[in-house]
Design a protein around this ligand. Structure first.
Ligand code: CA
Ligand code: CA
Length: 170
């Protein structure tokens, strides 16, 4: 895998973060994702689960900005994402995934509607809410369940997140 191919893969992840498609990753992409998720699962922003999702999204944004917003204009351009993310990912993919952990944890709690763990269907709903195409969401949800117990754990999610941003395969 050449470095240019690697950068291309990372660039393809940019769209996943740029939720509103305006060409930049910024705070609104994260708060917008948080709002879409709590609406999807029918909780309010003031509820414990809702607050956790918003707080996690803000922490995720801050971590992303800290890594990639080189010029400090409070938004991450495609070039900043490719340059900043590629370097950090190469240095330490697990550390990169850790910036997402509070958000992922809050979203898993949100999606765990019956308190017995996150089902594949709930994971799929999360992904579709984040604008992942339906067919991709279904495959991704199934792939997340690496322990094949029908439920998605935090460790599985974090491992998948790190892998998604570091492996050449989509
Ligand atoms: Ca955006
Ligand atoms: Ca910037």
């Amino acid at each position: 895998m050449g470095s240019s191919e690697y950068e291309r893969k990372i660039a393809s992840r940019f769209a996943g973060f740029d939720q509103d498609g305006n060409g930049f990753i910024d705070r609104e992409d994260f708060s917008g994702a948080a709002k879409a998720l709590i609406d999807e699962f029918g909780v309010t922003a003031r509820s414990d689960k809702g607050q956790a999702v918003y707080i996690g999204a803000e922490a995720f944004w801050q971590g992303m900005a800290g890594i990639a917003d080189v010029d400090g204009d409070q938004r991450v351009s495609r070039q900043e994402f490719v340059t900043g993310a590629v370097k950090r990912l190469a240095d330490n993919p697990v550390r990169f995934a850790e910036i997402a952990r509070p958000f992922l944890r809050a979203v898993l709690a949100l999606a765990d509607e019956d308190g017995n763990g996150v089902t594949l269907q709930a994971a799929e709903r999360v992904l579709r809410t984040l604008n992942v195409p339906a067919d991709v969401a279904a495959k991704a949800a199934a792939a997340l369940d690496s322990e094949h117990d029908g439920r998605i754990s935090e460790d599985e999610t974090l491992a998948a997140f790190a892998a998604y941003y570091t492996t050449p395969e989509v």
